[in-house]
Ligand binder design. Structure first.
Ligand SMILES: [Mg+2]
Length: 289
C-alpha cells in the first residue's frame, strides 16, 4: 500500500481534491481511503492502491500548479522512521550562520563572493569552506555567543522535535556549518547527535582554518549511516531533511528525504518536498500525528 500526504499552508481547496482524484483515476490508481489530518484541512492523507512510477511526474506537475505539496511513500512498515537527521542552516534555523559571522567580521562581501563562485560550480564545498574560513581569521571567539543570541528557530522545529522524541525517534543535526552552533541547537531541540565543522582558535581568536573532518555532502551521508548503525536502526527507517544541494546525498542514502523550503533544483531531485514553511508538518508525513 502507498500513502499520499497533501500539505498546504492553509485549507486545501476542493479543486485540488477533485483534480487529484481525476489524475489518479486516469492513471489506474485507486484511492482506498482518505482522511483530514487536522481541523483546518491543510493536511490530507490518501491511501492508494496500484500506485506506479508512471504517475510520479504527473503528480509533481500537479503539485506545482496547485501549490499543494504531495508526498508519496510506502505506508508499511517503514513510514514511521526511527532516525531523523537534519541540516541546520535554513532548515532548523532561519539563517546561514557563516554569513552572520562574516557580517560580524566585516567580510560579508568577500565571503558572499566565494559562496557565489561555489554556486557557479567553480569551487567544491571543501575548497569554498576553506576560502571562507580563511577570511574569518582573527575574529574573536566571543562571536559564537553573540550570534547564538540572534538565532531564530524555523517555525514548527520545537513541535516537530518534541513529537519525534515522544515517539522514541532518534534525532541528529548534520551541518556544513560550525560545531558551537550545532551543540547549541542540540540542547535547544533535545537532539541526540550534533556534527559540524570545527574551527581552530587560540583560545581568543579564530585561526582561519578548520580542524578534523570537513562535513560536506558525502560526510553527511556517511554520518547518517554511522549513526543508524550505532543505534541499530535499519537504513529504511531513516529520513534526512534539508534545504541545500549538499543535503541530497544524505537524502539519497536515507530511507526517505524531505527537501524543506529548498531551491527548485533541490526540490526536483529530492524524494519529497515540503513548502509550507512549518517543520511540524513532517509529523504528518511520517505518520506521527
Ligand atoms: Mg541548509
Amino acid at each position: 500500500m502507498t500513502v499520499l500526504t497533501a500539505l498546504s499552508k492553509s485549507t486545501i481547496p476542493a479543486g485540488f481534491k477533485t483534480g487529484l482524484v481525476e489524475l489518479l483515476q486516469q492513471n489506474n490508481v485507486a484511492i482506498s481511503n482518505h482522511k483530514d489530518l487536522n481541523p483546518s484541512g491543510s493536511a490530507i492523507e490518501y491511501e492508494l492502491e496500484g500506485y506506479h512510477d508512471g504517475v510520479k511526474n504527473k503528480l509533481y506537475n500537479f503539485s506545482n500548479e496547485s501549490k499543494v505539496d504531495i508526498v508519496v511513500q510506502p505506508s508499511h512498515p517503514t513510514r514511521q522512521k526511527k532516525l531523523v537527521v537534519f541540516d541546520m542552516d535554513s532548515t532548523l534555523i532561519q539563517h546561514e550562520v557563516i554569513d552572520m559571522i562574516a557580517a560580524y567580521a566585516g567580510v560579508e562581501e568577500e565571503v558572499s563572493r566565494v559562496t557565489e563562485a561555489a554556486m557557479r560550480g567553480e569551487l567544491d564545498f571543501n575548497a569554498s569552506l576553506e576560502e571562507r574560513v580563511k577570511l574569518l581569521k582573527g575574529v574573536p571567539v566571543t562571536v559564537y555567543n553573540d550570534i547564538k543570541k540572534k538565532l531564530n528557530l524555523t517555525p514548527g522545529a520545537l513541535e516537530l522535535c518534541k513529537g519525534l522524541k515522544e515517539n522514541g525517534v532518534k534525532m541528529a543535526v548534520l551541518s556544513g556549518g560550525f560545531q558551537p552552533f550545532v551543540d547549541w541547537i542540540k540542547e535547544v531541540l533535545g537532539l541526540d547527535y550534533a556534527y559540524a565543522n570545527v574551527l581552530a582558535d587560540d583560545g581568543e581568536k579564530l585561526e582561519g582554518k578548520t580542524v578534523g573532518r570537513v562535513v560536506n555532502a558525502e560526510v553527511k551521508a556517511q554520518l547518517l549511516a554511522e549513526i543508524a548503525e550505532k543505534e541499530g536502526i535499519p537504513i529504511e527507517y531513516t529520513v534526512a531533511v534539508g534545504d541545500g544541494s549538499n543535503d541530497l546525498k544524505m537524502m539519497d542514502r536515507a530511507g526517505f528525504g524531505v527537501a524543506f523550503s529548498a531551491k527548485p533544483i533541490v526540490q526536483a531531485k529530492a524524494p519529497s518536498r515540503l513548502n509550507t514553511g512549518n517543520l511540524a508538518d513532517i509529523l504528518y508525513i511520517l505518520g506521527y500525528n
